[in-house]
Design a protein around this ligand. Structure first.
Ligand code: HEC
Length: 272
């Protein structure tokens, strides 16, 4: 409604103007005589203000060309003694100041690191970042991504964890007490780093082996699992009798390959 009202009022006004104009038209305005500018006058006022561009390039107005001419000519070709442009001077002296500052900062005062030192510093920083990254990624290890690792650092750490948490049930040499012997070829829940990691992580609560997920970090589980791997074949005194199935990494790999092949064959047969 408002819009309609607005449009109506506007239209009404427009018609009023039209009507008035028709009744007594406004006479045409007679154009005043144009003021013709004197070209030379115009040129003078114009030339007085030099543009920023002309200032930066230190350009001289064309009327001053005569003053700039150098007194020699060759085949009628003359040379102008134009001033050096401001921008060039700024740049030129700027480099000098920069060089002095640079020399003082890096070579005399020794405030900044030279290239080789800077390289070393950045490499050290990268090394730290890498270590932090590895530390972080180590704590995301799970039973699928865990890797066998027999470096002394890992085994030492694993031994510490084993001594602190596991000997009561598995014996100080892994020979087995309440828990099974961890040094032989036989495993209740599978040997190899992945299976061992899994058993430690989730435990077998109904059989008395607790889950260590809450008490040990993935990295610690990985270390103790690797330590157990390193006990394999040590044959400690008083070793508990074998329990479970014989585990051979190669057999497992072969049987895994075999089952992959079998399923492929089955898929092929089904496709036929
Ligand atoms: C309270 C006693 C107890 C403690 C402590 C204990 N375990 Fe066990 N563990 C057992 C028992 C019992 C079994 C056998 C479970 C079964 O019969 O399925 C076992 C099984 C295992 C197995 C699987 C062995 C196989 O044959 O598959 C591994 C590996 C293992 N423990 C590692 C550890 C580690 C590492 C620790 C210390 C962080 C630990 N255990 C602490 C009692 C314990």
């Amino acid at each position: 409604m408002l819009v309609l009202l607005f449009v109506s009022v506007t239209l009404l006004n427009a018609f009023k103007v039209l009507y008035n104009e028709r009744q007594n038209p406004t006479p045409y305005a007679v154009p005043e005589k144009e003021v013709v500018l004197d070209y030379d006058v115009w040129l003078k006022t114009k030339k007085k203000q030099r543009s920023l561009w002309e200032k930066v390039l230190s350009l001289k107005p064309i009327e001053q060309e005569k003053d700039l001419e150098i007194e020699h000519a060759y085949d009628g070709i003359k040379e102008l003694n134009n001033p050096v442009p401001t921008w060039f001077n700024v740049l030129f002296f700027g480099t000098m100041f920069f060089a002095v500052g640079y020399l003082f900062y890096y070579h005399i005062g020794g405030y900044g690191d030279l290239q080789d030192k800077e390289y070393e510093r950045e490499m050290a920083m990268a090394q730290e970042e890498k270590a932090a990254y590895l530390e972080k990624s180590a704590n995301t290890i799970d039973e699928n991504s865990v890797l066998a690792d027999n470096t002394p650092v890992t085994l030492e750490q694993g031994k510490g964890i084993f001594t602190g948490n596991c000997v009561v049930c598995h014996g100080d040499k892994g020979q087995g007490l309440i828990g099974p012997n961890l040094t032989d070829d036989f495993w209740l829940h599978g040997g190899g780093i992945n299976n061992i990691f899994k058993t430690i992580k989730y435990g077998v609560p109904e059989k008395g082996m607790i889950s260590w997920e809450k008490n040990l970090t993935p990295k610690q589980i990985s270390a103790v699992a690797n330590y157990i791997l390193s006990l394999h074949g040590t044959n400690p005194a008083g070793a508990k009798a074998a329990q479970g199935e014989k585990y051979d990494e190669k057999d497992v790999k072969d049987s895994e390959m075999k089952s992959v092949k079998d399923s492929l064959n089955q898929a092929n047969a089904a496709a036929k």
